[in-house]
Design a protein around this ligand. Structure first.
Ligand code: MN
Length: 230
């Protein structure tokens, strides 16, 4: 006799809306690229020539589609980082950049929210900085737009305004690791799976968010996202 698998309590699944579809995109892991724009690398006091980009992760339940977010605890220095998000609907391991392209389902625009003061303290103490990047609602993301509707994303401009003032602006083509390159590099480290998201790094101009600020993130041909904090 076979019994249907059951769980001690209901599993939670993070998911994102998909533009134009009734089904949602179930989110697996969130892989993030650090210092993928040279100018941002320099503003973080790093040398992009000597220090290549790197990966870190955020828990998948950090995804938020709320437009008003609670201000997170344990920080006086919450920072925004606008990023292009790549959504995968296939997996693989040890992929070439060319092979990596077939994993891409679509794109979204997202915010890699960061408790910068906590991150700075962790760096100074040589502690892991996971919790400075991973906390409730640390990853606001727009709906996913299928790649077939986006077309070429390389020339898209990625921008962030705070209360109407432009703070971040960069072209996807300015990234140090291109999208196929970063998928390839990552696939030599972990087995990628359908449902994985990649946050591709932020251009220069990161800065602090205060309560009541209105953040508008935009990536040309991909989408937009507006959030505020209370
Ligand atoms: Mn980031």
């Amino acid at each position: 006799m076979t019994e249907k698998a059951s769980f001690l309590f209901p599993p939670t699944i993070s998911a994102l809306p998909i533009e134009g579809l009734d089904v949602k995109f179930p989110v697996g892991r969130i892989w993030c690229v650090g210092r993928n724009y040279a100018e941002h690398s320099r503003e973080m006091r790093s040398d992009p020539e000597r220090n290549p980009p790197f990966f870190f992760t955020k828990p998948s339940d950090n995804i938020s589609t709320l437009s008003v977010l609670p201000f997170p605890p344990q920080t006086q220095k919450l920072h925004y980082e606008v990023e292009l998000v790549v959504a995968l609907n296939a997996g693989g391991t040890n992929l070439s950049p060319e092979e990596s392209r077939r994993l891409i389902y679509g794109y979204a625009v997202g915010l890699d929210m960061t408790r910068r003061d906590m991150q700075e303290a962790a760096k100074n103490n040589r502690h892991p900085w996971s919790l400075s990047k991973g906390f409730d609602n640390a990853c606001p993301i727009s709906a996913i737009r299928p790649a077939s509707l986006v077309g070429e994303v390389e020339q898209s401009l990625l921008t962030l305004t705070v209360n109407g003032d432009i703070r971040q602006s960069g072209r996807i083509s300015d990234m140090i690791w291109s999208i196929p390159d970063m998928i390839s590099v990552l696939s030599y480290s972990v087995t990628l799976r359908a449902g994985d998201l990649i946050m591709t790094g932020t251009p220069a101009g990161v800065g602090q968010v205060n309560v009541h600020d209105i953040l508008e993130a935009r990536c040309e041909n991909v989408g937009e996202l507006t959030v505020s904090y209370e």
